[in-house]
Write a protein that binds this ligand. Structure first.
Ligand SMILES: O=C(O)C1=C[C@@H](OP(=O)(O)O)[C@@H](O)[C@H](O)C1
Ligand SMILES: C=C(OP(=O)(O)O)C(=O)O
Length: 438
């Protein structure tokens, strides 16, 4: 995967950002659309599929398991579903690349198959905790072997699964989704209760594919023994990718950007609220619905930001947007306090530590806490930061460079292709001064 190849970026200060920025398809929706189409009966047409390494890895795993997938054009997939019991085992390992979502959801899906599978990932994914899915799946009757709860995961087939009622210890859409996917193959009902509601794409998409499911924020319940019927999926633009541009235009004086047709599922838009609390000028135009999801154009104009105490209730709704928020806080007047975000420590990198180290290297005053950070806004200096191969860290520091005192060099940016292929070109198209080195 891209992590093997070293790529550094240099981001330079600019005078303003202008224009329309069309960000690629949503990563969460793309993973799920591929998985459900694969085990549905009939042919599903996916439009807006994210051409990122994470979601392509999921598609590659499913073709390895015998699903025929056509890619007539970029962002388009025609998936010939094999039905709930039509996947075929593979002798080779199934490579999820950098994708926590891919590995955790596929673990749930594969726990109900008749064959054994081995799921592997890249260096970063191989360090991410999997007991959060393997423990509850074991309660459902699955057998998944690993060393110390880390990938590779050996998922044993031929187990009779039974439904459980599970209260998630940590808010996680990935864990919830893994259990619901295993629940398709289980006898009886599978019920998931979350401490805070998380993104509900799995629930909504299961319903769209015709599986009876009851769900409300923080709760989902389904029974095994039904069938999925192929359907067409339109993937909205990814709010998490839009996030870098929301922050960038908010901090560069004189900027105005329009981000058309971005997915606005309320479980994803916490950053919008957080930035508005900080004084950002962002509004939504042309609200509509696409593929059952709320979408709208985001219009963002520069506005002076001030620090806030981030309401903890927003954390799950912006779990991937913290690196971007940290940059907004570094520029804002006064102090920003972030709490209740310990999950950031087990993402593609430890995002609290990685952001704190990078911001300190640029002269920003930041204190790390176990579950967040305290950031005293002011100016951003010049220097070199390590992204630790974490796509969201790399793109966040690219935004920081726009208002830095000089150049910001960002090391190890190849993994941006996991979630946002074409970021560099899109960013430069609206006024970033971002170049590659090496
Ligand atoms: O379900 C999903 O698609 C995702 C859930 C979140 O992870 P957690 O479930 O670990 O919070 C998020 O960080 C990830 O990028 C995508
Ligand atoms: C955490 C992320 O993804 P994943 O868990 O799928 O690797 C992310 O995209 O920020």
């Amino acid at each position: 995967m891209s992590g093997a190849q070293r790529l550094d970026w240099v981001s330079r200060p600019v005078s303003s950002l202008q224009g329309d920025v069309v960000v690629p398809g949503d990563k969460s929706v793309s993973h799920r659309s591929m998985m459900l189409s694969a085990i549905a009966e009939g042919t599903s047409h996916i439009r807006g599929f994210l051409e990122g390494e994470d979601t392509r890895a999921t598609a590659a795993v499913l073709s390895q398991l015998g699903v025929s997938i056509e890619a007539p054009s970029a962002g388009e997939r025609i998936v010939h579903g094999v039905g709930l019991h039509g996947l075929r085992g593979s002798d080779k390992s199934l490579d999820c690349g950098n994708a926590g979502t891919g590995m955790r959801l596929l673990t749930g899906l594969l726990a109900g198959q008749s064959f054994d599978s081995t799921l592997i990932g890249d260096e970063s994914l191989s360090k991410r905790p999997m007991r959060r899915v393997t423990d509850p799946l074991a309660k459902m009757g699955a057998q998944i072997d690993s060393q110390d709860g880390l990938p590779p995961l050996r998922v044993r087939g031929g187990r009779a699964l039974h439904g459980i009622r599970y209260e998630l210890p940590v808010a996680s859409a990935q864990v919830k989704s893994a259990l619901l996917l295993a629940g398709l193959y289980a006898e009886g009902s599978t019920e998931v209760i979350e401490p805070h509601p998380t993104r509900d794409y799995t629930e909504r998409m299961l319903a769209a594919f015709g599986w009876p499911i009851v769900f409300s924020p923080g709760h989902a319940k389904l029974e095994g023994g039904h069938r999925l019927c192929a359907t067409d999926v339109v993937v909205p633009a990814d709010f998490s990718s839009a996030a870098f541009f929301l922050v960038a235009a908010s901090i560069v004086p004189g900027s105005t950007l329009r981000l058309p047709a971005v997915g606005l599922n309320p479980r994803r838009t916490g950053l919008l609220e957080a930035l508005q609390l900080m004084g950002a000028d962002i509004h939504v135009e042309n609200r509509s619905e696409s593929g059952g999801e709320a979408v709208g154009d985001l219009v963002v104009r520069y506005a002076p930001l001030h620090g806030i105490e981030l309401p903890e209730a927003l954390v799950p709704d912006m779990i991937d947007e913290f690196p971007a928020l940290f940059i907004a806080a570094a520029v804002a007047k006064g102090r920003t306090v972030i709490r209740g975000a310990a999950e950031l420590r087990v993402k593609e990198s430890d995002r609290i530590a990685t952001m704190a180290a990078g911001m300190r290297a640029l002269g920003v005053r930041i204190e790390e806490t176990p579950d967040g950070a305290i950031i005293d806004g002011g100016s951003i200096g010049t220097g070199t930061v390590e992204s630790h191969g974490d796509h969201r860290i790399a793109m966040s520091f690219a935004a920081a460079g726009l208002v830095a005192e000089g150049e910001v060099t960002i090391r190890d940016c190849a993994n941006v292709a996991t979630s946002f292929p074409g970021f560099l070109e899109l960013a430069n198209g609206c006024g970033f001064a971002l170049s590659t080195t090496g």
